[in-house]
Design a protein around this ligand. Structure first.
Ligand code: FES
Ligand SMILES: [Fe+2]
Length: 422
């Protein structure tokens, strides 16, 4: 439970808010690289942390990310021409390069120095892992670019996508970090009446704070074995999970590391960036595999409203819940694992009222995450660097999802599996 003031503090992300300032200390995804496919191509609208921006790939192939409105008379830069290493406003022709410098001002006399005094707000960008990342904080505290194993993995071995979510980023992140809901919300076989009682639905939980956030392990004893799922929470809003090969959810799985990064569009909408990479050098991620996988999660190409990253099953049609299916087949009656998540997270309202919740022992991951975010907001307010800004704290981590003998100590038994190889 949080006091209403604490809930405001931890959820709002606009400029000058405590959480907004914290988020601005990290590199965060601004777009998928595939959204800006070609040099001098169409500009792209980007809304991030409550700021309206325009992204463009310039003639050198580098990405500019600038204010959505021209500093002259605030015309929309979305309609600008992307030409010769800059974006030219079509109202009076002022042109800006990716660093935000005004490089041409044809509406002023040639001898005018006004050009050198005007800039458009521009944020630095960096491309890697299929993402365009940006840093929106003070220049003096800009960390080195992100160095996850994902960004080092070969392009043939990774897949990234994004989904639009209509609620505050924090409740979406909480849904990802909360492992205990998967036995319920994502149960696909309600005929198996035993699932609520005899399965080990209450795993032993370990949360270990680290320099990047925490490692969370859920350990279930299954006969002579222990099933260990250890994921990482990487601040401010990323989860990294492991996945083993084998048949799961009706498909043959490639062993991958996968996860999500939840990026606030503003206080009440969120981009969920989904990523995965195969860590087995001779098993790439094929396009067909990625489509099958994404579809199982409810976010495949046919699940999206064409031309958008919004789900066809969404809050305006109650996610096409099928009550007959709910009575006879699945727990939720909603198709697609992430669609089930969306229904629950968006259904809480734009910003969930955390003063009215009742957290139990299974909510420890969420409690520790909130503590870490609160501490990090304080750190920024005190002029200190928050956790996970130094890439060396997270660059070698990997998550696991494996079975080990019942009496083994999981960290020791899985030591090698927990280290990045790319
Ligand atoms: S408003 Fe953009 S050049 Fe005038
Ligand atoms: Fe879920």
């Amino acid at each position: 439970m949080l006091k209403p003031q604490e809930n405001e503090r931890i959820t709002r992300v606009g400029p000058g808010t405590p959480m907004g300032e914290l988020q601005r200390r990290y590199w965060i995804p601004a777009a998928l690289s595939s959204e800006l496919p070609e040099r001098d191509g169409e500009p792209l609208r980007v809304r991030l942390l409550g700021e309206d921006l325009i992204a463009f790939r310039d003639s050198e192939g580098k990405i500019g990310l600038v204010d959505a409105f021209c500093p002259h008379r605030r015309a929309p830069m979305f309609f600008a021409r992307n030409e010769e290493c800059g974006l030219r406003c079509v109202y009076h022709g002022w042109k800006f390069d990716r660093a935000g410098n005004c490089v041409d001002m044809p509406s002023e006399p040639p001898e005018s120095l006004f050009k050198s005094k005007v800039n458009i707000t521009a944020y630095p960008t960096w491309e890697g892992g299929g993402f365009v990342w940006t840093y929106m904080g003070p220049p003096g505290t800009m960390p080195p670019p992100p160095d996850y194993e994902l960004v080092r993995a070969p392009e043939t071995h990774r897949y990234v996508s994004k989904t639009y979510e209509e609620c505050n980023w924090l409740q979406a992140l909480e849904g990802g970090l909360d492992t205990s809901h998967s036995s319920f919300a994502h149960n696909l076989d309600i005929q198996d009446k035993t699932f609520l009682r005899s399965r080990d639905t209450a795993p032993r939980l370990e949360v270990e704070r680290t320099a990047y956030g925490y490692t969370y392990a859920g350990i279930r004893t299954l006969g002579e074995e222990q099933y260990v799922r250890a994921y990482h929470y990487v601040m401010p809003a990323q989860q990294m999970r492991g996945r083993v090969s084998g048949r799961k959810g009706g498909m043959e799985q490639v062993p991958t590391i996968n996860g999500h990064i939840w990026v606030p569009i503003d206080d009440t909408t969120t981009w969920v960036y989904n990523w995965m990479y195969s860590y087995t050098p001779d098993i790439p991620i094929t396009h067909d595999y990625a489509v099958e996988f994404e579809t199982k999660y409810g976010r495949g190409p046919d699940d999206l409203i064409p031309g958008t990253f919004q789900l066809k099953r969404n809050r305006r049609n109650d996610y096409l819940i099928d009550r007959a299916v709910q009575r006879t087949l699945t727990f939720t009656g909603i198709e697609g694992i992430n669609t089930q998540d969306m229904a629950l997270q968006e259904g809480m309202g734009p910003i969930v009222d955390r003063s009215r919740e009742h957290l139990g022992t299974s909510d420890r991951a969420i409690i520790v995450m909130r503590q870490l975010l609160m501490e990090a907001m304080h750190a920024v307010e005190n002029g200190e660097a928050p956790r996970a800004t130094d890439p060396s704290t997270y660059s070698t981590i990997r998550a696991v999802d494996l079975t080990i003998p019942r009496l083994a100590e999981w960290r020791e038994a899985l030591k090698d599996e927990l280290v990045a190889k790319f």
